[in-house]
Design a protein around this ligand. Structure first.
Ligand SMILES: [Zn+2]
Length: 300
């Protein structure tokens, strides 16, 4: 079978063509996946907006209301990095719904990927760094409550720390957060994940992949019944804000290593994009697609 791929045209919000966030990547990614035969009408699933009940598991009512009414202060909008316009609100609701749907499909089919998601800088009551709602925290709490899952792992390999995820989920003993990120990069103030591994600038493929391998060995000693994989590609050498020196082949090898590990251990995996700000737009879309390609290759 083919891997379920979750996509919605509204993932591409109208934030202005000169905005530094490459929002068009969401539209181009699904185009590329279709062109290369990874996605077709049979394995593409279109999500609905996340329900408010589900959203409130990770976010305060007050914050959700402010987003719904498009009422953030100037300072809050600056921290968010996006203009707070109706299409950004729509995108945030539908992309969070997308990760919830992907997690349900992953439970059913063993693997599923969103073509957005990994908004790991969003806190319960505050958006940050292009992240309005913390889709992975929302979906993890949804799975925990709906399907009574006991040990959920968040494996976050975006170059930036999953600070919002760590903070939102710190009070849940049955959700384990792991973040392997650049030490000297955004966010300035790091939170405490269950396991944080900080990496120095300019790391190269072999050393990086060795760190991931060792982290997976540690993780494999615990028994997890589900994993969310945040596959940020801002680790790439040509990323504008990443500060690591990982090659295209290195990103591909990382996806093989990580996804294979969980498939071998029969742990359902929900993949989400995470960040990517490559100097080359085409390269960026290709890098993000390795997540879906690898899952499509490994699904039984
Ligand atoms: Zn990032």
């Amino acid at each position: 079978m083919k891997v379920p791929i979750i996509n919605h045209p509204d993932y591409v919000a109208q934030i202005g063509d000169d905005h530094r966030f490459p929002i068009k990547k969401f539209g181009e990614l699904i185009k590329l996946l279709k062109k290369d035969g990874i996605a077709n009408e049979k394995n593409i699933f279109e999500p609905k907006e996340v329900s408010l009940n589900t959203l409130h598991r990770a976010h305060s009512q007050y914050y959700v209301e402010k987003i719904l009414k498009l009422k953030l202060s100037k300072d809050e909008i600056r921290k968010l990095g996006f203009p707070l316009v109706p299409s950004v609100r729509r995108r945030s609701l539908v992309a969070t719904g997308g990760t919830v749907l992907a997690s349900k499909l992953a439970l059913e089919y063993s693997l599923a990927c969103n073509t957005a998601g990994g908004s790991h800088h969003a806190f319960a009551g505050q958006g940050n760094g292009y992240c309005v709602f913390n889709d992975v925290a929302v979906a993890a709490l949804y799975l925990k409550n709906k399907f009574n899952l006991k040990n959920i792992l968040i494996f976050d390999l975006d170059v930036h720390q999953g600070d919002g995820t760590a903070k939102i989920l710190e009070k849940y003993d049955d959700i384990y957060t792991v973040s392997i990120h650049s030490k000297k990069n955004y966010p300035l103030k790091k939170q405490k994940s269950n396991l944080d591994i900080e990496i120095e600038n300019n790391i190269e493929d072999n050393e990086y992949l060795e760190i991931i391998k060792n982290a997976l060995m540690t993780i494999n000693r615990k028994k997890f019944d589900f994993v969310f994989y945040v596959a940020g590609v801002d680790i790439h050498i040509d990323d504008r804000i990443g500060k690591m020196n990982i090659s295209t082949e290195g990103v591909k090898k990382r996806e093989d290593l990580v996804i294979n590990n969980f498939v071998k251990n029969k742990i359902p995996l929900c993949g989400v994009l995470g960040g990517g700000y490559n100097k080359s737009f085409d390269k960026l879309v290709l890098l993000h697609s390795f997540l879906h390609r690898t899952c499509d290759m490994l699904i039984k």
